[in-house]
Design a protein around this ligand. Sequence first.
Ligand SMILES: Nc1nc2c(c(=O)[nH]1)N[C@H]1C(S)=C(S)[C@@H](COP(=O)(O)OP(=O)(O)OC[C@H]3O[C@@H](n4cnc5c(=O)[nH]c(N)nc54)[C@H](O)[C@@H]3O)O[C@H]1N2
Ligand SMILES: Nc1nc2c(c(=O)[nH]1)N[C@H]1C(S)=C(S)[C@@H](COP(=O)(O)OP(=O)(O)OC[C@H]3O[C@@H](n4cnc5c(=O)[nH]c(N)nc54)[C@H](O)[C@@H]3O)O[C@H]1N2
Ligand code: SF4
Ligand SMILES: [Mo]
Length: 752
Amino acid sequence: MDRTAMRVCPLCEATCGLSITLVDEVVTRVRGNPDDVFSKGYLCPKGASLGRFDGDPDRLSAPLVRRPDGGFDEVGWAEAFEAVERGLRAVTERHGRDAVAVYMGNPVIHTLALPLYLLVLRERLGTRNVYSSTTLDTMPKSVACGLMYGDPLAFTLPDIDRTDHMLILGANPMESNGSLWTVADLPGRLKALRARGGRLVVVDPRRTRTADLADEHVPVRPGTDALLLLGIVHTLFDEDLATDPGAGFAGFAELSGHVKAFAAEEVAEACGVPAETIRRLARDLAAAPTAAVYGRLGTCTTEFGTLTSWLVDVVNIVTGNFDRPGGVLFGEAPHATRRPAEPFRTGRWHSRVRGLPEVNGELPTATLADEIDTPGEGRVRALLCIAGNLVLAAPQGERLDRALPELDFMVCVDPYLNETTRHASVILPPPSAMESPHYDVVLAGRSVRRNARFSSPVRALPPGRPSEAEILARLVLIASGKSAAGDPQSVDEALIDLTLRAATGRPDSPLRGREPAELKARLTGDNALERRLDSMLRLGAAGDLFGVRPDGLNLALLKENPNGIDLGPLRPRRREVVMTASGLVELCPAGITGDLHRLDGRMRDLRSGELVLISRRQLKSVNSWSHNIPTLSGGTNRCTLEISTRDAERLGVTAGERVRVRGRGGEVVVPVEPTDRLREGVVSLPYGWGHGREGSRLSHAATQPGVSMNAVTDSTLVDPLSGTAVFNGVPVRVEKVTEGERGTESGKADSE
Ligand SMILES: Nc1nc2c(c(=O)[nH]1)N[C@H]1C(S)=C(S)[C@@H](COP(=O)(O)OP(=O)(O)OC[C@H]3O[C@@H](n4cnc5c(=O)[nH]c(N)nc54)[C@H](O)[C@@H]3O)O[C@H]1N2
Ligand SMILES: Nc1nc2c(c(=O)[nH]1)N[C@H]1C(S)=C(S)[C@@H](COP(=O)(O)OP(=O)(O)OC[C@H]3O[C@@H](n4cnc5c(=O)[nH]c(N)nc54)[C@H](O)[C@@H]3O)O[C@H]1N2
Ligand code: SF4
Ligand SMILES: [Mo]
């Protein structure tokens, strides 16, 4: 029987609404849903292949438990949870709670269940060893927002539909579809900006597809954007173009002092960008009626990630484009409630081996291998890896590949037996996205338009198969010292009670004095998780407050509107958002400006002639876990080292010939692809390859394994303020592989 269902795509941050056709419960077709209030029919090749992800025969359908001889047995769910309970308990009893580490990967933000349970899971585990892909990605921006606005999650989003001028640094939204910025059809919206006479400028060492679309492409030297932005701020002051943001802001006068040493003429050589260009970029920003500056991975995952993220918003502020339509605006999730103000600070504890500071309750993933393979008191003995592929994603992943087998116990919540999960003691596979309800708990707050969309499961769960929510709830039970066989819904029930008691108890609450039990009885949803979502929606910024605001949101209303509900454009709301100790936007937090001397030192010490490696993302890849989907691999989606034509000539290599790329973390052998898209001195590898490892079960990916970029990266290189790994601007040596040497693509890690 044919039927069609609506579901929001879980594959990237654009959150496109999809229309999914099923024949006899098999997904046969995926199209953009033209009636979706947010994405209006847009989809990309990955979304169109969602049915292939769903039907991938390599997806695990039952839990796997490691046998003493090293192989895996398929077991029943009860048995798998018992194994987890035993394994984790043995480690905490012998070594204490900090001996259990948890790592949370990128797909967390693309599910409903994971963000809603991970906070409690972390709390119940009671460990300081919390790691996530955030320190491989967005943490510099969080530190900047935490120190400037008091909230590490108060991200500023370019108002793409209303701006006159966009300056993009280190992002390639034409292929990534945007990040820390939920915008469906970003390619179309960037084109619309140009069509209405707006200007697009892209700063990137590589001429990307986004740069192709731009009015101007500035091929900066990798890792020097902070200098370029300082040159811009200096110009704004120097040419009297900087706008004092006035009341509500601290540090404007101080700012001009901090940028003194960074005149465009001073930074030009280090950035590889002429001073006149830097000055013009500043003048253009100041002259535009509205403008928005945006930086992403190429600015975050560099040695100066936090400084750069800070400067992006500094430029937005001093050009008068902060918190205003056409400039940058804070996101606003409909379910969000204002969080209690406690001053943001980092370094409340430090990592054992390298002494790196905690940020937002997490330690840097770049130091997880140290914590596992360095003997001594406090060593990590067990790992819960949830939706993460550490071996391919973390810097110097090959060292983790060697360290993970040293653990006493490792649990993975993951649909695949892949490069990382092959080291697990137990793998708990979540069901397909098609069998999971969806609401974008995290991404709704990063969306360019306020909207609320709920997707019911497209297809029912197979009998006996636990939802991802149930898997997580049972892990929470185990972490709470209870039996995994207990009632998983009790976890949600307890959280609902807590929320409702708080909401009815606060003196300023519109629900003050109401009975929590009465409110609880009004919640709807097919299970406890859905009822918990209903409570969040009702109490949130756009909620119905259990009838106090009758036109507000609740889950039942979202279910009646499968195309979603649009709540309008973003609005200026600095006064609601900012919760620094001073109550002001801090333009010059000491925790950030204190790092300027390090940058100043680097500016004077840039070695030219050294090749540096940057990462690239491919339109048809989803990080490390989509290469098993035949429709998304092959063609242009290959693992090659891009190198500038001049550098290729110098090394005497031509297209397809193999080179050895050697970094501090190790080396790989990979075919080259000479291109005029790259700045001289820069080479680029795609991230997420390196499949075909013994013990993994990714049959198609193994036919085109590629090499892992993170076999080359260096885990000791981090942005010290946020602990974020450096994936862009990694020093490497490249040499032609001589005849007679093994010519196959391969990765090898240095033995340390
Ligand atoms: N060299 C280099 N390294 C990088 C980057 C780079 O640009 N260059 N980028 C970094 C960035 S931005 C990120 S976000 C990280 C990503 O780091 P990770 O999140 O660790 O890696 P992913 O490749 O996204 O792997 C996701 C894992 O989740 C599983 N998965 C998929 N869907 C689900 C689901 O619904 N539930 C569960 N439980 N599991 C699921 C997949 O099978 C896979 O094992 O990598 C970082 N690493
Ligand atoms: N198709 C596809 N889409 C994705 C993903 C995917 O794997 N595939 N992954 C998702 C994830 S997890 C994320 S975090 C986002 C990332 O989203 P983006 O940040 O938009 O994606 P990237 O391709 O990593 O873009 C980084 C850009 O920075 C450039 N760059 C490198 N070094 C520097 C530098 O020093 N300075 C400057 N100015 N530029 C530099 C690179 O050339 C590259 O073009 O994409 C998401 N969307
Ligand atoms: S752009 Fe992102 S959300 Fe939209 S269809 Fe493609 S992968 Fe899915
Ligand atoms: Mo990411």
